[in-house]
Design a protein around this ligand. Sequence first.
Ligand SMILES: Cc1cc2nc3c(=O)[nH]c(=O)nc-3n(C[C@H](O)[C@H](O)[C@H](O)COP(=O)(O)O)c2cc1C
Length: 208
Amino acid sequence: MKKIFFAFFGLLALAGCQPTPQENPQQGGETASVDQVIMARRSIRQYTSQQIDSATLTQILKCGINAPNGRALQAYEIRVVNNPELLKDITKAVLNDTPEMQLKPGADNIFFGAKTVVFLACDRGYDMSQVDCGLLGENIILSAWDKGIGSCCLAHPVRLMKESPSCAPFIEKLDFCKNYELLYCIALGYPNESPEAKPRREDMIKFL
Ligand SMILES: Cc1cc2nc3c(=O)[nH]c(=O)nc-3n(C[C@H](O)[C@H](O)[C@H](O)COP(=O)(O)O)c2cc1C
């Protein structure tokens, strides 16, 4: 009797540990494994005008902050700009100082026309903070892809923003703490293209 009791509760506990399968719109409603999401993901540089709803965006960001992070310090700051007008204003400021910069055809901002951009800042005082930001970003990118949302990790627009005097008030508006520095951003939106995978160098992997 005792054995049956433990077996029953053991099974219950195991069932509670199983991750809830998520529907994957990229795959026509079927569930995708983490490996499938990783292998299918591509950087997206053309987006539809559809906005990401706030519940979905919150879930993606929660996945972001559940990434591993050095000494559990969570040494990053995240600013989500979900306001296309603000993204256009940032673009105007950058173009004012970098007139040679060309927007991608059809895009109204320097973030490939994405309607949502996540800006990430690292802690200047912690040597592993950039690693934390990278891992956080990859979680965001993979969680988004699993929900049919494309992304592009972006360094260039952030460099332009930091070099542009006209953009300084907008970086100020992001309101990062004193010791934090804007590192990169992630454009997010519904894909309007399906790029091919770029070949990867498997000879970079060596087993010892
Ligand atoms: C740190 C970092 C910075 C990047 N910056 C840019 C960028 O400024 N502009 C851009 O178009 N893509 C940028 N990318 C995206 C890469 O170009 C892209 O990941 C790479 O070409 C591989 O393609 P895939 O993501 O589709 O596999 C960046 C990616 C990383 C990781």
